[in-house]
Every structure is written in C-alpha cells, then in structure tokens.
Design a binder for this molecule. Structure first.
Ligand code: PLP
Length: 455
C-alpha cells in the first residue's frame, strides 16, 4: 500500500468518499494517485510505472493515450458540446452511434436507449420491462431472476439485481422483486462427485423449479453477464446459457445479457452472448463502448419491446424516463471514434490471437501452493487464492491475501483487481504478446513474494 506522502493525498483523504473502499483504512494508507497514462501503462504522481492489468475498471480497450479520442471529443465540443434527446430532440453523433450499435449487435436488437453508466442502463431495463408489462395488461409480471455473485451495478434496482453481499449489506437491498439463483461457477458451487455436465443440469433444474414456484406469469426477465466478471471472473459451464435461453423462451421470460464487460470483443467474440450461444432480447453495453474516455452506456433491445413502450407512451402522452445526458453528443462522438479504432486495428481479433498465450500464462500458476484455480476466457482471467489447495479451503479472513497480493503487485508495477482473494486481470485490448509476457512475469514475482507476506 502507498504511504501518505504528498499534499494531494492529504487533501484526498480530507475530502473524498471513495467508492468501493474501506474508508478508515484509506485514511491510514492514502490513495494511489494516478497522474498520466501511456498505452497499457499508467504512472503515479511520483512517476512510478504500472501496467494497468485491469484496463482501469475492465474498460480501457484502446489504452490510456489514444489521441484520436481526445480529438473527437475536442471537435465535438467545439461544434455542439451538449444537447439533450428529450421531447424529440436529437444530435448527429447519438443517431450515428445508435445505427452502429444496431448494426453490430444481433439482428433481433433494433432499438437503443442511452444512459451514462451501466447501473443506470440496468435500472432503465427494469423500468422499461415494468412499463412494457403494465402496457401489455400483465401488471403482475414484474420479478427478475439474477444470480448470486452477478454484478449489474449499484443503484437501487441494478444493485438489487447484483448478487454480491457487499453491495447489499446495510443498503437495504434488494429493494425490487428479484430471486438470485446459484452462481454458475463449477469450482466453488459444484457438489462432491458432480461433473460439469451434472452441475449444468442442476442449475437448469433449479431455474425451472424457481419458475414453477414463483409462477412464470409473475416473472418478467432473467438477467446475467455471459461471463460473470466483478464476481471473480467466472466462466459458465458448458451448456448453461443454451439451457437458460430455452427455459426463458418456454416461459415467456425476457433474456437480458449484461455485456458491460464482455461486450466489444473482451471474450474474442463481439459480444459475450455470441461466445456462449444465446440471443438476448435486451443487451446492456458500456465501458469499452468509449474505452471509458467518456461516461456512456446503452440499452439495445428488440422491436417487440419498443412497440409496447411506444404504444403506451402515446396512450399516456409521454415515455416518462430519461437522463440529462441520454445521447450526449460528446460521449457518443467518442464512442463512434473508439469503435472505429477497435475495428481498424482489429482489436477484437487481438483478443482471439492472444487468448491462448494469456490463458496459458495464468494456468502456469495453477501449481502454485496458494492458487486454487486459474481461469478465464479471451483477455479476461483470474487466479483464486486459497489456504488449502486440496480442499479448496478459502482463507480464514477473506480478502487479506488478495489485498496483500494487490499491494505487492503495485510494488512490482502491476495493477490487477483483488476481489476478495481472487486476483482479476483484464488488460487493454491493445496488448501485445510481449506485454502479456511482462504481465505474467510481474504476476509471477507477486506470487513468489506472497507466501512470506501472508505468514
Ligand atoms: N454491469 C456489469 C456487468 C458491470 O461489470 C458493471 C460495472 O462494473 C455495471 C453493470 C455497472 O456499471 P457502472 O459502474 O457504469 O454503473
């Protein structure tokens, strides 16, 4: 951990409530003040270099110094820095981006709604689906199905869909009707004597049982990340998503693919649903949409949902939902340029080409005495630290080993995310083969030093 060392840090401690932070500990250790970026690297305010092994928050596809995005923002700011999209107003970048997103996503998705964050986008989905079902004369069809360890954001509705205790506790969440199903992570949730196929079958049987218990007429939608990310980088077992889609279709339950991290090539396919073979009715997009240079998210959805909402808006006189920044011209102009860079440089192809090297690099630590599981897909992965490899026993104090690893990682010049005792990596899509070797080398040095730190 960085020691409090300069005036910026002192002011930060005195003024700022940091998200997702142990605040009293933060007061003692201070922030890591990141000062500038260059490619896959960032530098702190003392000039120390780090490889950003998590692409910021799983999001900076094009790296930290893409001048084309700065130019796109500057040009748009000079031309039209802001306009809204309420009451039939529109602007060119948001129109062009909607067209682009519809072209890129599966063909049944034909409509776009903009927000500034993934949380707002998932809140919007809840409200859209409720509004739609009221309009269709089925006001009882309101419940959501989600999964333990899923992450969909932190606002009241999206935070309710999230299945992580740390995002619920003392926030009085969940606050909307939601059932969290078993997390589809075989290593942790598979039972003794169960193989992966039997695990999938059990999860699908659970889904059918919950639908029967709740009554399909009361369930609006199932939401999931194709590969759960913030919950610890948890690839689903084979056959899981095909089964979920089949059961949702049979019960008239909408399927929502939260692509906030998987979208735009992270797993080697344009969207995560394509990797796992399902077609959603609604998609949530954010993060790599602008490489996080500007805050932006989008809900992309089917014509049938649009029609029900549009008819109702005429009946009521208004679709009474929207944000000041919905369709922000600067954010959408940056997204268009960012998606052009991803295409021109074949960054999605880069994830395909480098997947084997990256995943093999992580797997090379599978024999380390502290590593229980090395896992991932495309250019996202994690190491799960355990106190006993044979029994998969977690550490007594969850998060201590992860925090120690994170601190050593900083020392070694590598930023990754410790999720409890799971070390998550998700480098910018611009990484090269030699960058990956360097990431694996620095991670290896971190693991070499970890046992002594834990003892
Ligand atoms: N959905 C997923 C899958 C995410 O990973 C995240 C954030 O990490 C969100 C939604 C929430 O996005 P935001 O932090 O922009 O509100």
């Amino acid at each position: 951990m960085t020691l409090i060392s300069n005036s910026l840090a002192v002011v930060d401690i005195a003024t700022t409530l940091h998200p997702n932070t142990n605040l009293r500990q933060h007061e003692r250790t201070g922030p890591l003040v990141i000062d500038r970026g260059d490619g896959i690297r960032v530098y702190d305010d003392r000039g120390k270099e780090y490889i950003e092994g998590l692409a910021g928050l799983w999001s900076v596809a094009v790296g930290f110094s893409e001048k084309r995005l700065a130019d796109a923002a500057y040009k748009q700011m000079l031309k039209l820095p802001y306009y809204h999209t309420f009451s039939s107003k529109a602007n060119e970048p948001s129109i062009r981006l909607a067209e682009k997103l519809i072209e890129m996503t599966p063909s049944n998705l034909t409509r776009v709604f903009y927000t500034s964050s993934g949380s707002e986008a998932n809140d919007t989905i809840v409200k859209m689906v409720w509004y739609m079902n009221n309009a269709l004369g089925r006001p009882q069809k309101k419940k959501f199905l989600a999964r333990t360890k899923g992450y969909h954001g932190i606002t009241i509705a999206s935070g309710s869909l999230t299945g992580l205790p740390g995002n619920h506790r003392d926030f009085d969440l969940p606050a909307i009707p939601v059932r969290h199903l078993t997390c589809p992570h075989f290593y942790r949730f598979g039972m003794e004597g169960e193989d992966e196929a039997a695990f999938t079958a059990r999860l699908l049987a659970e889904l059918e049982a919950v639908i029967a218990e709740e009554d399909a007429d009361t369930i609006a939608a199932f939401i999931g990340e194709p590969l759960m990310s913030a919950g610890g980088v948890l690839p689903p077992p084979a056959g899981y998503w095909e089964g979920v889609e089949r059961i949702c279709r049979a019960n008239d339950i909408l399927l929502v693919s939260d692509e906030v991290i998987c979208g735009f090539g992270r797993l080697g396919t344009p969207f995560g649903c394509q990797k796992y073979g399902f077609t959603p009715d609604i998609m949530t997009l954010s993060k790599q949409i602008t490489s996080s240079y500007m805050p932006l998210a989008a809900v992309v959805f089917s014509e049938a949902i649009y029609d029900a909402i549009a008819d109702n808006s005429e009946k009521i006189g208004n679709f009474g939902h929207g944000f000041t920044a919905s369709g922000h011209p600067v954010a959408t102009a940056v997204a268009l340029e960012n998606l052009a860079i991803i295409e021109e440089n074949d960054l999605m192809g880069n994830a395909v080409r480098l997947e084997a090297q990256f995943q093999a690099g992580l797997k090379s630590f599978a024999d380390h005495p502290l590593v229980g599981e090395a896992r991932g897909a495309g250019l996202i992965g994690a190491l799960e630290l355990v106190s006993d490899k044979n029994t998969r026993k977690p550490f007594e104090k969850i998060g201590r080993a992860g925090a120690l690893a994170s601190g050593i990682g900083h020392d070694e010049g590598l930023i990754f995310r410790a999720i409890g005792d799971q070390l998550a990596l998700c480098p910018p899509l611009i990484v090269t083969s030699s960058d990956i070797s360097e990431i694996i080398t620095r991670l290896g040095r971190t693991l070499d030093r970890l046992p002594a730190a834990i003892a």
